[in-house]
Design a protein around this ligand. Structure first.
Ligand SMILES: Cc1ncc(C[n+]2csc(CCOP(=O)(O)OP(=O)(O)O)c2C)c(N)n1
Ligand SMILES: [Mg+2]
Length: 754
């Protein structure tokens, strides 16, 4: 007889949630073993187990919470009462990790860490994992994790920072948090959690192959290799599959068992009785040794990848049944029965009671309010308290520290002659490091060398290795570190060496850093000021990758603040304001430094020194969104620009004035995201003609945003032109000038406006 024919009908059901649900009941009912002597609460649940009966009973309850939330979601999704069905079924053993860690160990969780979450809820009194999760499943705005923005595992009191569903993207920041926990001591920073905390990070087996995961493992090893502490517990929840792609048998053990600096532990997540001691060994090792630790947690995946994954359509029924037979809840039921801790009736009673509790919570959650207002949806994305930010930016109560760093009153930068951009950024950094003892600056070559362009020169000497340091060469990890430091209350200033190299780490800002306030309903924040050497005009040197002029990838990141100063005094005041935005509102800021202007001293003629500026006193700051206007009285033509385009426009304006007799206003927008649309419309309204000078590309550049602001501001009928970079990479040598605007182009375009 073919095997399939011997399979009972109920096992052929498309609905595997139902099959697994029935399996549990069937298993318990048909169990015919003989119970052992019932262990006392403090005794091992089974002989030789590190897990006591008391541990087991609570862990089992957490497993049930997780399982019945999954089952509930599958049923109520079709009724539009639940909006998420990726479950944790088969992974419930991860509850052991939560039990053996503390609720103050920051946790960055895999979407299948429902058991972990339920167990962590026990750590604080008065919290209800079922109701809280149900609110999240229902996308109710009462959801304490995200306020109805996403189904996430997250909790402010429980130190679970919500994660996006981009797999592996949370590993760098988890490692960053672990490193930050240890670094706090070295900079005298008071942590919001105990000093011996560890960072916990769970993820799937397939995810472990991702480049973003690999950089975290590599960086953990790189750190441990130098005998630097990094108490991160990587928990690989290995179910042997990623959606439909099987992980080669034994791959995780093979890939991680022998990595220097990443201490490998295995635990059977399918069996609490044996897994508990193994998990305990890993957690205790990580906490005690402060070394990166890799816990390979064996799990299984039942009920498919998500509610929409009908496994029966692409897997054999025999294979499915074999997987379902490894359901860790069946093993827990067996432990409960064998140990004598529960009778069959008691076990089934608890199982059904938890089902009822989860459904009741879900029905209640369905009655709770949803997000119905756009402003409410967006509120946590870009918190902005302008008065507080302005006050903080201008706060200058650190005169003694500045004196110590700069040496004397006479040597204070504001008492020096006018200087160029690179020097003024450097002075501003020194100042801000005096102002914020929790500020850190790091990146490639930033320490002893002072950066490729010496912008950070002297900082390392003045503020030492714990605050100014070189990282390993990986932008994803640099930005992951930044999030880690921010997570424990520091003020990171990561440096990206060139704009072109931001792009390969973009997701750390786009998907992660900028989304944290949104997905945690403003409860978590990872403030930072990311400095990026940017833009073109390196006189033909360096080719595209050192002349990247495209900031398009930054401009549409929700919540990100992007600014680009074109001169030294603006650079100082903008940097102060960005630090205040980070400090006060938790904002993520991108500070674009135009490389070609770092050393620029002259504007019109060689030797005129007109691009040198005085250093603004430390109580001076720039208002967010504020533009700088040259010749505000001029009305014949307004030129909008930023960065390199500003001195070019000023030179061109002189020529246009000479040639046409027009008075030309030049507006340096300075803040590129959000763009100050009202200011753009106002200047456009006051002038007869409009020119936009954007060295970025024709398509999707800032220029498009400026034109939109002009048109939407009702000024679109006026003569209006753009001078922009072309849609190409920047070539080497003289050809570079073919693709980016020149002074001549601006003058010529003004002619076209006439
Ligand atoms: C960067 C990224 N690529 C692809 C996906 C789509 N995706 C979601 S889960 C998943 C498989 C993950 O498998 P694994 O890491 O083993 O976790 P499991 O679901 O098995 O627990 C994929 C490909 C994603 N979320 N993120
Ligand atoms: Mg997997």
């Amino acid at each position: 007889m073919p095997v399939a024919m011997s399979i009972p009908a109920r096992h052929k059901d498309v609905n595997r949630a139902k099959v697994c649900d029935d399996n549990f009941t069937e298993f318990v009912k048909s169990w015919s073993g003989k119970p052992l002597h019932r262990p006392a609460p403090h005794e091992p649940v089974l002989d030789g187990s590190a897990c006591t009966a008391a541990d087991f009973l609570e862990l089992f309850e957490s497993q049930l919470v997780s399982r019945h939330l999954d089952l509930m979601a599958r049923v109520l999704r079709v009724q539009q009462k639940v909006f998420y069905t990726i479950g944790s079924s088969g992974h419930e053993g991860n509850a052991m990790v939560a039990r053996l860690a503390r609720h103050t160990d920051p946790a960055f969780l895999h979407y299948r860490s429902g058991g972990f979450m339920a167990e962590r809820f026990r750590k604080l009194p008065g919290m209800d994992p079922v109701m809280d999760s149900a609110l999240s499943f229902a996308a109710s705005k009462d959801d304490p994790a995200s306020g109805g923005r996403h189904k996430v595992w997250g909790s402010k009191p429980l130190w679970v920072l919500p994660q996006t569903s981009t797999i592996a993207s949370h590993l760098p920041k988890a490692l960053g948090t672990a490193i930050a926990i240890e670094q706090a001591r070295r900079i005298g920073h008071e942590l919001p959690i105990p000093d011996d905390s560890i960072a916990i990070c769970s993820f799937g087996d397939a995810s472990s192959n991702h480049a973003t995961a690999q950089t975290a493992f590599n960086t953990a090893q790189w750190t441990a290799y130098q005998r630097l502490p990094a108490p991160v517990l990587f928990v690989c929840e290995d179910n042997g599959i990623g959606i439909s792609v099987k992980t080669p048998g034994g791959w995780i053990g093979n890939a991680f068992r022998h990595r220097d600096g990443l201490d490998y532990f295995f635990a059977d997540g399918l069996d609490i009785a044996s897994g508990y001691g193994q998990v305990q060994a890993a957690v205790e090792h990580c906490r005690r040794t402060r070394r990166p630790t890799f816990l390979h947690l064996k799990t299984t995946r039942i009920m498919g990848h998500a509610g929409t994954d009908f496994e029966i359509e692409w897997r054999s029924i025999e294979e499915l049944m074999a997987v379902e037979a490894t359901d860790p809840l069946l093993r827990s039921a067996e432990i409960a029965l064998v140990s004598g801790l529960m009778s069959k009736d008691e076990l089934l009673g608890r199982y059904e009671a938890m089902r009822a509790r989860c459904f009741a919570a879900a029905e209640e959650a369905d009655r709770r309010p949803k997000l119905t207002d756009l402003a409410e949806v967006m509120a946590p994305l870009a918190p902005f308290t302008p008065d507080k930010v302005a006050a903080e930016a201008a706060r200058a109560d650190y005169a003694d520290r500045r004196l110590a760093v700069f040496g004397s009153e006479a040597k204070l930068p504001e008492n020096q002659p006018p200087r160029h951009l690179a020097i003024q950024i450097n002075q501003a950094l020194h100042d801000l490091f005096c102002k914020y003892p929790e500020a850190l600056l790091f990146g490639e070559d930033v320490a002893q060398k002072g950066g490729v362009y010496t912008v950070t020169k002297g900082l390392h000497k003045a503020f030492k290795n714990a605050r100014v340091f070189n990282t390993l060469l990986d932008e994803t990890m640099i930005l992951g570190l930044a999030q880690g430091y921010a997570n424990v209350g520091m003020l990171p200033m990561p440096e990206i060496q060139y704009l072109a190299y931001f792009h390969n780490a973009c997701d750390q800002i786009r998907g992660e850093a900028c989304s944290l306030q949104f997905f945690s309903n403003g409860q978590y924040r990872n403030p930072m000021v990311m400095r990026i050497a940017s833009l073109g005009y390196q006189r033909g040197f360096g080719g595209h990758f050192h002349n990247d002029n495209s900031i398009t990838a930054l401009r549409d990141i929700p919540g990100l603040v992007v600014g680009c100063p074109s001169r030294g005094d603006d650079a100082a005041t903008m940097l102060r304001t960005m630090m205040a935005l980070a400090k006060v509102d938790g904002r993520v800021c991108a500070y674009l430094e135009p490389i070609a202007l770092y050393m620029a001293k002259d504007l019109y003629e060689p030797g005129d020194g007109q691009w040198l500026t005085s250093y603004p006193a430390p109580d001076q700051a720039m208002v967010v969104g504020d533009e700088r206007v040259y010749a505000p009285e001029a009305r014949d033509l307004v030129i909008f620009s930023f960065g390199n385009g500003v001195p070019m426009s000023l030179r061109a304006a002189r020529r246009i004035e000479a040639a046409k007799g027009w008075k030309v206003r030049v507006v340096d927008l300075r803040w590129l995201q959000p763009l100050n649309a009202a200011a753009i419309a106002r200047h456009a309204g006051e002038c007869d003609r409009i020119l936009v000078v954007d060295e970025g590309r024709r398509s999707a550049g800032v220029g498009e945003g400026i034109i939109t602001a002009v048109v939407e501001g009702g000024q679109g009928a006026k003569p209006l032109r753009r001078v922009v970079g072309e849609d190409t990479y920047t070539p080497l040598a003289g050809a570079a000038f073919l693709v980016i605007p020149s002074d001549d182009d601006i003058v010529a375009m003004a002619e076209a406006l006439a």
